[in-house]
Write a protein that binds this ligand. Structure first.
Ligand SMILES: N[C@@H](CCC(=O)N[C@@H](CS)C(=O)NCC(=O)O)C(=O)O
Length: 222
C-alpha cells in the first residue's frame, strides 16, 4: 500500500489531492507540527533525511519533494491522465509550472513568512525597531517586488486559457495550487481576477475537497 507521510497543514495536501484525482488507494501516516515553531516533528527524519513533507513510500521506495512525487505518481499510476501529450506546447508549459512552483514562487513566499515572523516574534523591546527596519528593507527592496512580478505572471498566464498548462486541468495545477494559495495570503494575489477564479475552481473540485476531508484543512499562515 502506498503511504503518504502527511504533515498537517502543509504541501502534502497536494499529494492527497493528486491521489484523489487519480483514484489511487493510499494510506495516510499523520505528523503534527510543533505548536511553538510550526516545524515538522523529528519522526519525519526517520522517513527522509530532511524531515520535511511531503514524503511517500511505495513498494519499498521513499520519495520526497512534491514535484518528484507528482511526476512519479502520474507516471506510475496515471495512465496518461493529468499530463499533456509529450512534445506539445502544453507539455512544455506543464514542465515550466511544475518547476516554477518550488523553484521560483515558493522561495520569496517563504521569505515573506520568515521576515513577518521576525517582526512579530519575541525580542527585547530595544531590538524591535531594528528588527522591523531590517525586515521592511528586505521586504520592500527584494521580496515584495519579486512577488508582484510572480503574481502578475501567474495571473497573465492563467488568463490565456484558464489552467496553467492550457485549457485542461493537469498535475501542474495541483503543484501550483499551494504557491497560488500562499500568494493570496502573503502577496495579495486574490485581487487578481484569473488567480481568484483559479482558486475558486480548485476549491470546487471534489478530489481537492476529499483531500481536505482526509488530511485536514490547509490554512496558510500570513
Ligand atoms: N520543496 C519541498 C518543500 C518541503 C517543505 O518545506 N515542506 C514543509 C511543509 S509545507 C515542511 O516540511 N515544513 C516543516 C519543517 O520544515 O520542519 C517540496 O515541495 O516538497
Amino acid at each position: 500500500m502506498l503511504t503518504v507521510h502527511h504533515l498537517e497543514n502543509s504541501r502534502s495536501h497536494r499529494i492527497l489531492w493528486l491521489l484523489e484525482e487519480l483514484g489511487v488507494p493510499y494510506e495516510i501516516k499523520r505528523y503534527r507540527r510543533d505548536p511553538k515553531t510550526s516545524l515538522a516533528p523529528p519522526e519525519l527524519l526517520a522517513v527522509h533525511p530532511l524531515g520535511k513533507a511531503p514524503v511517500i513510500t511505495d513498494d519499498g521506495v521513499t520519495i520526497a519533494e512534491s514535484g518528484a512525487i507528482i511526476e512519479y505518481l502520474v507516471e506510475r499510476y496515471g495512465k496518461g491522465a493529468l499530463v499533456p501529450a509529450p512534445g506539445t506546447p502544453a507539455k512544455l508549459r506543464y514542465t515550466y509550472w511544475m518547476h516554477f512552483a518550488e523553484g521560483t514562487a515558493m522561495p520569496p513566499l517563504v521569505m515573506k513568512l520568515v521576515f513577518t515572523r521576525v517582526e512579530r516574534g519575541p525580542m527585547p523591546f530595544f531590538a524591535r525597531p531594528i528588527a522591523r527596519a531590517i525586515s521592511r528593507k528586505v521586504k520592500g527592496g527584494f521580496i515584495d517586488p519579486n512577488l508582484s512580478r510572480i503574481v502578475k505572471h501567474m495571473d497573465d498566464e492563467l488568463g490565456r486559457d484558464g489552467w496553467f498548462a492550457g485549457p485542461d486541468f493537469t498535475a501542474a495545477d495541483i503543484q501550483m495550487g499551494f504557491p497560488v494559495e500562499a500568494a493570496v495570503v502573503r502577496a495579495g494575489a486574490g485581487a487578481f481576477a484569473n488567480v481568484k477564479r483559479f482558486v475558486e475552481r480548485i476549491h470546487a473540485r471534489p478530489a481537492y475537497q476529499r483531500a481536505i476531508e482526509k488530511g485536514g484543512k490547509v490554512e496558510i499562515l500570513g
